[in-house]
Design a protein. Sequence first.
Length: 202
Amino acid sequence: MIQQLAESADSKQLCTVLQSMQSGTDAAELFKDHLASTVLPAMCTIAKNHKDDEARRYALEVLISLSEGKPKAMAKVPNYFREVFLVATHFIMELDDDVDGWAAQDDEEAEDEEHFKYGKDAINRVCGSMQKAEQFDKALEALKPIIGELFGSGGWKQTVAAMSIVAMIAEYVDDQATLLQLLDAVRQQLGAAHRSEEHTSE
C-alpha cells in the first residue's frame, strides 16, 4: 500500500499515511514482521527519491521514530542502520553546488540548508536513542564504512557529510581509540584540503 501511494501523483495522501506512522513504538509493533522486507526499503526509497520534499522528510522521520520508539528491536533489523544512515547522508549532501560561496559563508550568519540540517539531526537522533539503549556500538559499526567511503571519494560534499557525521557522533563514542581514529581522519582531510589550496595558489 505504501509503495502504491509513493508512486501516485497525489502526495497529500502519502504524507498523511507517513505522518500516522511516526509513532515509532506503535509502528514498530504493527509492522514488526515486515520492517526489513517492506517498511525499511519503502521508507528509504521515498526519502531518497520522491518528488515531494515534505514526503521525503516524513519518510525519514518514520525511520528515525522507529529507532526512538523501539531501539533494541530496530538494532536487530538487518541493514536498518546502514540504510537509515545512507538516507541521512543523502540529505546532508543536498547542498548548493557553489562550493566557494558555501565555504565563504560566516558560521554565525550561514543558515543550514534544510535537508543538510535534517540529515545531521537524523544521525544525531538515531545515535542518541541507540546510546540510551546501549546499542550505539552497532550503529557505529554501520557508520564506519560510510564515513570511510565519504572521505575516500574526494568530493567536497562527501567530505562535508563525513565531517558532519563525525561531529554528530563524537559525543556518543566512549572508546577513546575509535574517537581518535575518527578525528585523525578529519585532520588528514583538512590537511589534504589545505595542501590543495596551497598548490592552487602557486
